[in-house]
Write a protein that binds this ligand. Structure first.
Ligand SMILES: [Zn+2]
Length: 133
């Protein structure tokens, strides 16, 4: 039996709202920094394979470096030709500290969404009550 797979847009939209990318329910995250072990609705494991968190860290790193790049470019372009080094540096450090913290839960759910795009969910990964078997 082939499982219905959510569209890529649905996966990303649910992930951006910190919900289970597969079913869209709340409770995928226990707190800002901690994932539940399984989705409370569909039962999808939050770490589908060993080392799943490495992808989330990579996603968080990409978001952080992207934000850092934007802060540096905006700061340098806004103050060109006399680049205000100290304010740009302070803003960069602020972005480098805050973005990973703010982006962490989104990195987790977005990585799960990307993982589902690459490896569709199988029936064995879901709670039998959710699947109806
Ligand atoms: Zn779910």
């Amino acid at each position: 039996m082939a499982l219905p797979q959510p569209s890529r847009a649905s996966l990303v939209w649910r992930a951006l709202r910190r919900r289970c990318p597969y079913c869209g329910s709340k409770g995928y995250l226990v707190s800002w920094f901690k994932l539940a072990q399984h989705c409370p609705t569909c039962g999808l494991a939050t770490d589908r394979v060993v080392g799943h968190w490495v992808g989330a860290v990579g996603m968080n790193t990409m978001l952080t470096f992207g934000a850092l790049f934007v802060v540096l470019m905006v700061g340098m372009i806004a103050t060109y030709p006399d680049i205000a080094v100290a304010p740009v540096l302070a803003a960069s450090v602020g972005a480098a500290v805050l973005v990973p913290i703010v982006a962490w839960p989104f990195s987790q759910t977005l990585w799960t969404a990307v993982d589902i795009m690459m490896r569709p969910v199988t029936i064995d990964e879901l709670d039998p009550r959710y699947v109806g078997r």
